[in-house]
Design a protein around this ligand. Sequence first.
Ligand code: EPS
Length: 387
Amino acid sequence: MMRFLTAGESHGPQLTAIVEGMPAGFRIDPARINHELARRQKGYGRGGRMAIERDEVRITSGVRFGQSMGSPITMVVDNLDYKNWLKRMSIDPRDRNESRPVTRPRPGHADLAGVLKYNLDDIRDILERASARETTARVAIGALARQILDPFGIDVLGYVVSIGAIRAGTPDLPLSELRRITEESQVRVTDPQAERAIIEEIDACKKTGDTLGGVVEVTATGLPVGLGSHVQWDRKLDARLAFALLSLQASKGVEFGMGFGAAAVRGSQLHDEIGYDAAARQFTRLSNNSGGTEGGMSTGEPLRVRVAFKPLSTLMQPLRSVDIKTKAEAVGTIERSDVCAIPAAAVIAEAVVAYELANAFLEKFGGDSFTEISRNYQTYLEQVRAF
Ligand code: EPS
């Protein structure tokens, strides 16, 4: 099993991720990681920061000659904006006078609960780490996880299904086709009409100093049956995915397959009936309303999970608040931010799902090397086929 930690402030020198438990013998390509980091930076509705940053990974441990060695992998991404924040983000106490404290908490942000809990008088001490800039590290970790999934034909893709009240259709296409279409879209949707409406809505929100949330969907294909387990609460695949996805900044809800809609239909309309393909020697499903998990285990059907994100809490037309120092009525602080980060959220959710799947994969087929894991995987597939 892998585990990881991330560290770093939004305007500090760098973001760091340490991933422990990556087996040996997997190909690690920084270009692949940088490709995912670049995808995260895109999307209509982003703010000024993305014009400053050019997120690129530096691997400082765990990789030699393009391969993992089994030791912890450390990845670092520099914040290019740090040079503009040297005094304000300094570790030297003498620089405190150079920085005016942030004292007006933004409703919806970690600001108020954070300063009360940590007993701090400058909201910047909270907002810097609460920032979704941290998702840069998550995407780097997800890209690493994909290098475990790739050789076993497991593919993962995130895309946008709605922004604000505008819904975009998600046609039932192969992932490669969905990827081609959504990669070309400025807001990662499949539907050009919805794309135009979304861009107009983002423009309108920008004009009025407002922000937008939305829903992203992640699909994973090529999964074997039986990742995760029914036997214990913290081994259930869907539970682990939901935990990980709800740890993303601004996420408010997660659903699998038919999701909350399943509560409103009868059992006969929901459950995915079972068939058997004698030629392929495998069980089949006539539908996939479950979203690819039953009893906390993968069914072998595509995994389909959706995440709802609330609108960002930094409003250029700020909401009412109270100054934490004077207790006088005020409005929330204005920080440079995005109008809408949902296209980026699709890339981030995809990375988080890839990591959780890779971890469940290692748990099932675990070993210390690529060779050992491949052997375990092949033996299991033969066992399932011979069932
Ligand atoms: C960023 C995510 C957002 C941006 C941030 C960069 O973080 P937050 O959750 O704090 O709004 O606002 O950019 C800035 C903090 C800035 O100064 O522009 C990201 O995804 O990299």
